[in-house]
Design a protein around this ligand. Structure first.
Ligand code: ZN
Length: 205
């Protein structure tokens, strides 16, 4: 309750700088560039972990569908063969682009035998995870970065806007075909990405 009140006060403070009727449009246009991560954090914090309960629906207009050349949903979030599948699989042509779901900071890029080449972007309390990327993780100048091998690089610590091309679909790690394994966490807890996509669509005309 205390948290909610603080956030409410926070958004009132922001509103004083703008005409109330224009606040949503202004927030949408400005957020990506400069104060995005801060505003998103404030707004997201005021929300529950269930996307369907989110009151400020316009927020989702900023979010980007995570693949450019979507073909099919090939595996849902949930139990799978005695295991649990912590993400949504989106099939797309190998080498096609992956788009950053929401503006944030690249907090980790890595390689392992399961996710393959992977990246995590943090946006406020949200973390979005991208697996099976085409390309490698490399080190330079004391930093780590993902590269698709064709000029695209994203560095650990880098800020990336929503919709930015951050990687390419590949087949690294455990996969039988080219797809993006897309995971979402809110406040450290896994969220079904399909629920988030549904919310996004219901607020996009
Ligand atoms: Zn998967």
């Amino acid at each position: 309750m205390k948290k909610n009140l603080q956030n409410f006060t926070g958004s009132l403070t922001v509103k004083r700088f703008f005409r109330p009727r224009q606040i949503l449009l202004l927030v949408l246009s400005i957020a990506i560039v400069a104060i995005g991560p801060y505003l998103q954090q404030q707004l997201v914090k005021a929300q529950s972990v269930l996307p369907s309960e989110i009151a400020t629906g316009n927020l989702w207009r900023e979010a980007s569908f995570p693949v450019e050349n979507f073909e099919a949903y090939t595996s849902p979030f949930g139990p799978r063969g005695g295991d649990f599948h912590y993400g949504l699989d989106l099939a797309a042509p190998e080498g096609s682009y992956i788009r950053n779901w929401w503006g944030g900071q690249v907090v980790e890029v890595w390689e392992d035998g399961r996710c393959g080449t992977g990246a995590i972007v943090r946006s406020g309390d949200w973390e979005h995870i991208y697996c099976h990327l085409r390309g490698r993780v490399q080190k330079a100048n004391g930093g780590r970065y993902y590269t698709d091998g064709e000029g695209l690089q994203i560095w650990q610590g880098q800020v990336v806007p929503a919709g930015a091309r951050i990687a390419r679909v590949g087949m690294t790690g455990r996969t039988t075909g080219p797809h993006l394994h897309w995971g979402l966490k809110y406040g450290g807890r896994w969220v079904d990405p399909a629920l988030v996509l549904r919310e996004m669509y219901s607020h996009q005309s």
